[in-house]
Design a protein around this ligand. Sequence first.
Ligand SMILES: C[S@@+](CC[C@H](N)C(=O)[O-])C[C@H]1O[C@@H](n2cnc3c(N)ncnc32)[C@H](O)[C@@H]1O
Length: 313
Amino acid sequence: MARSSIHIENVDCLQGLKAIDEGTVDLAFADPPFNIGYDYDVYHDLQTDEAYLAWCGDWLSEIKRVLKPDGTFWLAIGDEYAAELKVMMQRQLGLTCRSWVIWYYTFGVNCTRKFSRSHAHLFHMIKDPDSFTFNADPIRVPSARQLVYGDRRANPKGRLPDDTWILRPQDTPDSFASEEDTWYFARVAGTFKERAGFHGCQMPEQLLGRIIRVSSNAGDLVLDPFVGSGTTAAVAKKLGRRFVGFELSAEYAAKAAARINRVRVGAALDGPAQPTLSAPSTREGRRLEGQREKGKRPTRPRPATSQQNLPGL
Ligand SMILES: C[S@@+](CC[C@H](N)C(=O)[O-])C[C@H]1O[C@@H](n2cnc3c(N)ncnc32)[C@H](O)[C@@H]1O
């Protein structure tokens, strides 16, 4: 199959996947609709459980087929179907789960009668437990030994990212930083410079950067069956990977392609690579008391209120 290095097709992912030769993809990443009633322009995101799971089974089987024997698959999914899809991938498809990563994000939807959701699941799946790409060095992060304790025994290269509770990650660099397996990256909220502006589920480039760096090498073929705003493609291009992806919506596909055209190979990823280091700490923050004294309303992050700001993904 001859393809240009970055290839986005406006087709149903099942059709697109079936056209890919068996065993040719190094890394697949999927951020499917979560079946939570999100308002996409074409796709209807409210199927029966049975229909949704059957559909997931279809495209997951195709992903397994197109992966190389030493290929890797990452699935981003919400709480609603995480358990069923993990069991499906392991028991029915025979994939192995290497890591169950929690992506912890800020700027989620503000809830009043339940805890506001601030996480999504990232399943790191492989075909062959004895042979798969895992590049530790490009994704190392500063360790607490380096950042907090000044410990000479600290590995100067930092440590691998490692699940946990957190209030504000920037306040607890030693107990819940990005070196743990709960990963903190803010969602791409409405006001962020990074936001492409046409898709409410745009993922942060830094999140995809970590996945693509650890699970593929330069020149490898990366697949995303649900292109959306094109984040996976943009990051693959910046990091010198080849890319193939599918998007049901003609509008999203065209806008994602335009986004990719503006991206240059080797360019820096958008967003802070070390959000725990770049965000201001509480110590440096503004005090509510001071503002009240001056008769001002305290400032705080605006809760997301519209569909546009549903938890990514
Ligand atoms: C959660 S979004 C992906 C967001 C993406 N990760 C990003 O960073 O922008 C899911 C996308 O899948 C698309 N989609 C839904 N069903 C599809 C199908 N059968 N084939 C291809 N794309 C589909 C939707 O239009 C939507 O843009």
